[in-house]
Every structure is written in structure tokens, then in C-alpha cells.
Design a protein. Structure first.
Length: 268
């Protein structure tokens, strides 16, 4: 019990110091102790008259029970200026409704943080889109899907009818084709097929309007002719002059016209 008494003093020093001083503030001075007195079983180490002394705590001011029973915990309940200390069996202490609500809401927040953290961890990023097949019926630069929509949404609708692709498929971008080669999802050969590209590499004053990213994708694949001097971009997977397979992208005025008809390269 002596070690417990010493630890207890450190927590409740303001109360104990108040026993021997007229003004609490007057006791707030530096204390240097070269040795500690050895207190009896019924005494506590206290601060008094500028030093440390052993003293019994008497009266109704404070009563700290000795929780000797196995499985009991010393519990403090704020019931007065000082409070009440009791021995409580483990598991019998209850929480009020506000504490329970706070714990539950905090737990919910922690769970949401866990989901966010897991999504940011290495290896948990969303998979990249890769080539899944081609919509083989040739279409021009104004691609209309079975949903009646003309443009990239219409192209996505047609790609979703490709058996190897299904729901979620869309027209490949030039970057999807790069990923397809890197991850081994490219077929042995791929004939020139429409892909989506925005590069602003072949702008001219003849285009209407100019410098807007519409020239190399047939205005979002809504444009089937050539009067606005727009064009599209196609991809091939074939042997290069080096003798090795490589991606061949074609684009530019009089190279890939929006009036040309091509299959659609589909990715998912």
C-alpha cells in the first residue's frame, strides 16, 4: 500500500496541500527533496510546510478504499467537490447515453478513415483500362450507338456489345493502348481502328474552331465529313521497320479523314 499512497498523492496534491495552507497559491513553490519519508500503512505522503511529510487523511474529506479483491478496480465518481472512490468489479461500470453516442460516432469515423487509408495503400489503386476487343463493323467519324447517342458515349455503347468486353467497355484512348501492350492485353495483330486522342498537334487556321482539341478525334466522334478540316486518330499493332511489334498511331490532315470508316478499338 505504500507505493499506492505515494502515487495517489501526485494525483491529488492540490487537495492535500490545502490541508496545511491558508492559500493554495502560497504553496506553489519549487520543491527539492533529497529523500522521501517512509509512511505507515495508514498514512499518505503529503506536501506540508514547504516539505514532504507522512500524514493520515481523516474526516469525510477523502476516503480511498483498498481494492484488494481479485478483479476489482478503483473507480472515481464525481459526486462532490472531491468525489467518491469505490471498488468496482470489472465490467459493471456503465456509460451514459452521451458517452455511448460519442463512442459509436467515433468508431464510425475510424471505420471510414480505414476505408480511405486502404484505398491509398500501394497495390489498391483502380486497375487501368486495357484492350478487350474490337467493334468490327466499320463506322465513320460520327459514331452513333444503339442507344441513339452520337459521340464517345455512342462508341462506348457499341463497345459494350462486344462479347469479350461487355458492360463498362468504351473506346480506347492512346494511353489505354500503351497499357494494353505493357500488360500483355494486345492481340497478335490489330488493323487500323478508331481511338480517342487529344493532342492539338495538327491545328491550322483552316480548322473551325481552331486549337480546341476537336481536330484529332472528329469533334468527339460526332463529325463525319471534312469541311471543318478535322480528322481522327487510329491505332495499329504490327511489325515496325525494326522487325519488332510496335503501336502505330496515325493522325493528321489527309491521313485519317473523318469520312473514313474503321473498326473501334475497345478497352475496359
Amino acid at each position: 500500500m505504500r507505493k499506492f499512497h505515494i502515487a495517489y498523492l501526485l494525483v491529488f496534491a492540490p487537495v492535500l496541500m490545502g490541508n496545511d495552507t491558508d492559500d493554495y497559491s502560497s504553496a506553489m513553490s519549487a520543491l527539492v527533496a533529497n529523500s522521501l519519508p517512509v509512511c505507515a500503512e495508514n498514512q499518505y505522503l503529503t506536501y506540508a510546510s514547504g516539505g514532504l511529510a507522512c500524514r493520515e487523511v481523516v474526516g469525510a474529506m477523502l476516503n480511498v478504499p483498498d481494492c484488494n479483491k481479485t478483479g476489482q478496480l478503483l473507480t472515481y465518481t464525481k459526486g462532490s467537490e472531491i468525489g467518491v472512490y469505490t471498488c468496482v468489479d470489472k465490467g459493471t461500470e456503465s456509460l451514459d447515453a452521451a458517452d455511448i453516442t460519442l463512442i459509436n460516432s467515433t468508431y464510425t469515423k475510424l471505420q471510414s478513415f480505414k476505408t480511405t487509408i486502404n484505398s491509398l495503400m500501394p497495390g489498391s489503386k483502380a486497375s487501368v483500362a486495357k484492350y478487350c476487343g474490337s467493334y468490327t463493323t466499320p463506322v465513320n467519324g460520327a459514331i452513333t450507338g444503339n442507344n441513339g447517342v452520337t459521340g464517345v458515349a455512342g462508341a462506348a455503347n457499341l463497345c459494350q456489345t462486344v462479347p469479350a468486353c461487355g458492360a463498362g467497355a468504351r473506346m480506347c484512348t492512346v494511353y489505354d493502348m500503351y497499357n494494353s501492350v505493357v500488360f500483355g492485353a494486345i492481340p497478335a495483330t490489330l488493323a487500323p481502328s478508331w481511338v480517342h486522342m487529344i493532342s492539338w498537334q495538327h491545328n491550322s487556321t483552316s480548322q473551325n474552331p481552331t486549337a480546341n482539341g476537336l481536330a484529332d478525334n472528329c469533334s468527339g466522334f460526332t463529325y463525319p465529313t471534312g469541311d471543318k478540316f478535322w480528322y481522327g486518330t487510329t491505332v495499329e499493332w504490327k511489325t515496325a521497320v525494326t522487325g519488332q511489334k510496335a503501336l502505330h498511331f496515325a493522325s493528321g490532315p489527309n491521313v485519317v479523314r473523318c469520312s473514313d470508316t474503321k473498326p473501334i478499338a475497345c478497352c475496359k
